[in-house]
Design a protein around this ligand. Structure first.
Ligand SMILES: [Ca+2]
Length: 175
C-alpha cells in the first residue's frame, strides 16, 4: 500500500487540470486562490480584493491596443462587477484616465463587456455621461478624480487596467 501523495496544481494563471485526466483511486479538491505556502509568480498581475489586476501606469494606448495588450498578458481589460470592486481598484490608481472593457461599438447606447460578451452589469457613470459627444464616443473609461465612467473616442491613448481570471488550485491526492 502506497502512502498518500498530495499534488497541488495551481490553475487559471498557469495551467488547467480536470478530473478526467487523473487515474482512479484519487481524490480531487478544488479551492479558490493560491495557498500562501506555494510560491507562484503572478507578475505583472497583483491581487486586489479577490481579483487579479495589472495597472499600466507608464504606457498609454488607444482602447483597441490596450485590449490587445491585456490579451497578450493572458487577461482582458478591466471588468468591473460591483461598487465594492470599483472602490477597491480606485485606491491603487494614480491618474484620472483608465480604459475599461466596456464599449457600445456594436450598437450605440448598448454597453457591452468585451470580457463576457454580455451587456455590462455594472455602470457607474460620471454626471451627464454617457453623452456620445460628436457621435464618436464608444469606449468607456474611468475618468476624473472620482474615476467614474465616461464614454470616449476609442482612439484616445489612455492608461488602462488589465484583469485576469482568479486562479484556482487543484489538490490531487493519489494512493
Ligand atoms: Ca462622453
Amino acid at each position: 500500500m502506497c502512502s498518500p501523495i498530495t499534488i497541488l496544481v495551481v490553475c487559471g494563471i498557469l495551467s488547467h487540470l480536470t478530473a478526467a485526466n487523473v487515474v482512479p483511486r484519487t481524490q480531487v479538491h478544488e479551492i479558490d486562490g493560491i495557498p500562501k505556502e506555494i510560491p507562484v509568480d503572478i507578475t505583472p498581475f497583483k491581487k486586489i480584493g479577490s481579483k487579479y489586476y495589472f495597472i499600466e501606469e507608464s504606457v498609454r494606448l488607444n482602447w483597441f491596443n490596450a485590449d490587445h495588450k491585456c490579451r497578450q498578458l493572458g487577461g482582458h481589460l478591466l471588468h468591473l462587477e460591483s461598487e465594492e470592486e470599483h472602490e477597491a481598484i480606485k485606491q491603487h490608481l494614480n491618474v484620472f484616465h483608465y480604459w475599461t472593457d466596456i464599449t457600445d461599438l456594436g450598437q450605440s447606447g448598448n454597453y457591452v463587456s468585451t470580457t463576457t460578451g454580455l451587456n455590462a452589469t455594472f455602470l457607474n457613470w460620471h454626471p451627464n455621461q454617457p453623452d456620445n459627444q460628436g457621435g464618436k464616443e464608444h469606449c468607456v473609461h474611468m475618468w476624473d478624480i472620482n474615476l467614474l465612467m465616461n464614454d470616449l473616442d476609442c482612439s484616445y491613448a489612455l492608461r488602462f487596467v488589465c484583469e485576469t481570471n482568479s486562479p484556482r488550485t487543484v489538490s490531487v491526492v493519489v494512493w
